[in-house]
Ligand binder design. Sequence first.
Ligand code: URA
Length: 217
Amino acid sequence: MTPLSPEARANVHLIDHPLVQHKLTLMRNKTASTNSFRRLLNELSSLMAYEVTRDMATQDVEIETPLEKMTGTAIDGKKLVFVSILRAGNGILDGVLSVVPGARVGHIGLYRDPATLQAVEYYFKMPKNMEERDIIVVDPMLATGNSAAAAVTRLKVCKPKSIKFLCLLTAPEGIEAMHKAHPDVPIYTAAIDRELNDHGYILPGLGDAGDRIFGTQ
Ligand code: URA
């Protein structure tokens, strides 16, 4: 296991619910078809949405049951923006939106310039009034952390109220990189895997998430 500092580890919320771990294991299996991989990712994303929205602001609402008046609890889903890091982040959207259907959605596309190795933005589309919103950035894999950190840096320009990062799998290298660049951004994940290989893939991992979601291998 690549070492992980206690400070960086403290920034990670590990979602170890048995249902999440069961579905993740099914997804990791190389025999899972594109169809089942995508379905499991949907299910897992909605389960993880419960954890990542646990401290979401609520307000009192006055309603009437068939028997009497009462004060209920409501969220303002529209204040939440799920930002997908293209393209694999899109695989998480359906699941999280099934739980918070009123949320807004943003997309960010980044590629690595082979000469400078810097992340270059090729797409950026967000809802209006980002300074009033809470952002949850979604991407299945936090591997080197380079694109996640670059996406968060770009999103901070919009001055949102808060930013969280939601993924399926992390590697210690990616957690450290995110903590170094953005110690204020908590990471929600279903697993901390062992290490990255020489190509930046997570071990044991689940392979290329985008290819497995979209069947492009
Ligand atoms: N991206 C993936 O899709 N898989 C990895 O293991 C690392 C990055």
